[in-house]
Design a binder for this molecule. Structure first.
Ligand code: FES
Length: 327
């Protein structure tokens, strides 16, 4: 498997006003976690367990995975689900605070237990989708992601204990448990945000789009072998060409999932397959047929002129251009 880059950044030698100290602490935390190579062994064991769980789904494994990735949605599902427990437990904490004010009583207690229950359900859904996404991360991102998941698991455990305490009438103990859990959730949220905004987990990695409007010759048709994706450069931008029957398809050179070079992939029933994690994309539209990618692969109009493949920018479907070999 080709090497992948995951850079969560490293702390610089910053000095400055006190407000920068907070940022520096966050950066040092990320850098320290990212260096903990001892986490790799339990990480790969966990990944192996996830692989077994996937295999246990049999013929439905692909559909289940697409559901959890958010491929059907065109957007990662995990970030959507994380907002549910964060919002629900924040409401619980607010209701708990309101509950200690004079004149408020058991009605708020019932409401806070209900919102906490919603948060627990959301946390479980978030954990399943997060694990599914995490299994494809590498190196620093994988280590930070493991801590992110462990913190969320601890917080969820506290939420469940808090819900049970509240149900048994131990309200103050329940309030303490959910308050502590929410503090852990906030720290974990910082790590989760770093995974997205620094290492690009879940972000569309397909890169810049071809913007030229005119047809540009890129390759003699005889130089493109059937079943073999080939990289070309157009206006300084890498594209990948392949035959789909009698048509030539042009797509972006990087997989939207984690940026794999699509020229190292292969063609399966006309679809280009990512070499790293097996995402499959429809020819012409670039829509994801199989995850973990959730964003489409950029596709471009092509035509054949005097034995040369020509490409131009724009959406082949929206532009109404016939993709493939023309006269
Ligand atoms: S990089 Fe992961 S599916 Fe392509």
């Amino acid at each position: 498997m080709a090497a992948r880059r995951n850079d969560l950044g490293s702390p610089g030698e910053r000095t400055g006003p006190p407000e920068e100290r907070v940022r520096e602490i966050g950066e040092r935390l990320l850098a320290t976690l990212g260096r903990q190579k001892w986490m790799d062994r339990p990480s790969y064991r966990l990944e192996h367990t996830l692989g077994l769980a996937r295999a246990a789904c049999g013929g439905a494994a692909g559909r289940v995975s697409n559901l959890l990735y958010g491929t059907w949605l065109g957007h990662p599902l995990h970030p959507l689900l994380t907002s549910l427990p964060i919002g629900a437990v924040a409401t619980t904490v607010a209701l708990d605070v309101a509950g200690v004010l004079p004149g408020h009583g058991s009605g708020l207690h019932d409401a806070s237990r209900f919102t906490l229950g919603v948060g627990i359900v959301g946390s479980l859904g978030s954990a399943v989708t997060g694990l599914n996404d995490w299994q494809h991360t590498q190196e620093q991102s994988r280590r930070v992601g493991l801590v992110h998941g462990a913190l969320n698991a601890a917080a969820t455990g506290l939420y469940i204990a808090s819900w049970w305490d509240r149900r048994r009438g131990r309200h103050l103990r329940g309030v303490a448990g959910s308050g502590l859990g929410y503090g852990i959730t906030l720290v974990s949220g910082y790590l989760g945000a770093a995974l997205v905004y620094r290492s690009g987990t879940g972000v569309d990695r397909s890169g810049a789009r071809l913007a030229i409007g005119g047809w540009t010759p890129v390759l003699p048709a005889t130089a493109l072998k059937a079943g073999e994706p080939q990289r070309v450069e157009v206006a300084g931008l890498g594209l990948v060409l392949f035959w789909n029957g009698e048509d030539v398809v042009a797509v972006g050179e990087h997989c939207p999932h984690l940026g794999a070079p699509m020229s190292d992939g292969w063609i399966d029933r006309g679809r280009i397959v990512c070499p790293w994690h097996g995402s499959q994309f429809e020819p012409v539209s670039g829509q994801v047929v199989r995850g973990p990618a959730t964003a489409p692969l950029p596709c471009y109009p092509t035509r054949l002129r005097e034995g040369t493949i020509e490409v131009r920018g724009g959406d082949p479907q929206a532009a109404g251009v016939t993709t493939g070999v023309g006269g």
